[in-house]
Design a protein around this ligand. Structure first.
Ligand code: MG
Ligand code: MG
Length: 275
């Protein structure tokens, strides 16, 4: 069942989403060579608590931490450990927070030190996939239009689109209807309507689309051990148009300040530049 949100509820959800955005910015400030996933997890945990919010993932289905930190071939759901990052790693950081009873849930994939051009392209295209999916979140469109836009752009570049994990409705619970696959057919699936809030989250692999689960029963990795990227925004449909509740702006500003490529893009820039 899809729960449509009122304008007031959407503003509360924006607050939750932006707590996650600022948590990701804290990660952007601290991530680097020699830093451990557990250090980022501790910073995030303290920050979310300081905001009067509760970490959304901690204890969710038994997940042991605040952040999901998925390095290189890990796609999503990585458990933070004490293995330091190395230059050349790509690190997906996914974070949830609950405030006023509503979930925020979004993710960014960071580069550590110098990464190969092939990986920078994977990050850029995956982020473009996210915005191209969001661009479809309009009155009269359907869930399949979002999936089609993401899949089409990723596969045009020869990447694998993960099938087993999908985006989702978001609200008072983390996973609401409808499911939002990163693949699909135009004009198919549930019709989009005002008041929907969706977590749109392409998970795009450099190689095969096939994935496996590690023995920890959480971490999803690519079957060919090639790297994978993941970006996620929380998006409301208001007056027939997408309103992105979360924000990468602070993260991108921080990355730029640190001399890293911010891969800056917006919904407006993407619809003009990508063909
Ligand atoms: Mg997430
Ligand atoms: Mg999600």
């Amino acid at each position: 069942m899809v729960y449509l949100k009122s304008a007031e509820e959407i503003e509360l959800m924006r607050e939750s989403a932006l707590i996650v955005s600022r948590t990701l910015n804290l990660v952007a400030e601290h991530i680097g060579e020699g830093v451990t996933p557990l250090k980022l997890d501790k910073l995030a945990h303290e920050y979310i608590n300081d905001q009067g919010a509760v970490p959304g993932f901690l204890g969710f289905g038994g997940f042991p931490n605040t952040l999901c930190i998925s390095v290189n071939e890990a796609v999503v759901h990585g458990i933070p450990n004490d293995k330091p990052f190395s230059s050349g790693d790509i690190v997906s950081v996914d974070c949830g927070a609950v405030k006023n009873g509503f979930y925020g849930d979004h993710a960014y994939t960071f580069a550590v030190g110098e990464i190969d051009l092939e990986l920078e392209n994977l990050l850029r295209i995956t982020k473009e996939c996210l915005y191209l999916g969001i661009e479809q979140m309009r009155k009269g469109k359907r869930v399949g239009d979002i999936g089609f836009a993401i899949q089409d752009h990723a596969e045009k570049h020869g990447y694998g689109v993960v099938r087993e994990l999908v985006g989702h409705g978001l609200g008072k619970t983390m996973h609401e209807d409808p499911q939002v696959p990163n693949y699909g057919k135009r004009g198919r699936g549930k019709k989009l309507s005002d008041g929907m809030v969706l977590a749109i989250e392409p998970m795009i692999n450099l190689g095969t689309k096939e994935v496996l689960m590690l023995d920890d029963d959480w971490t999803i990795i690519t079957a060919d051990k090639k790297p994978s990227a993941h970006f996620e925004h929380d998006v409301a449909l208001i007056n027939g148009e997408p309103d992105i509740l979360s924000s990468f702006e602070e993260v991108e500003n921080t990355l730029e300040k640190r001399g890293m490529n911010p891969l800056r893009m917006t919904l407006q820039s993407i619809s003009k530049s990508v063909v």
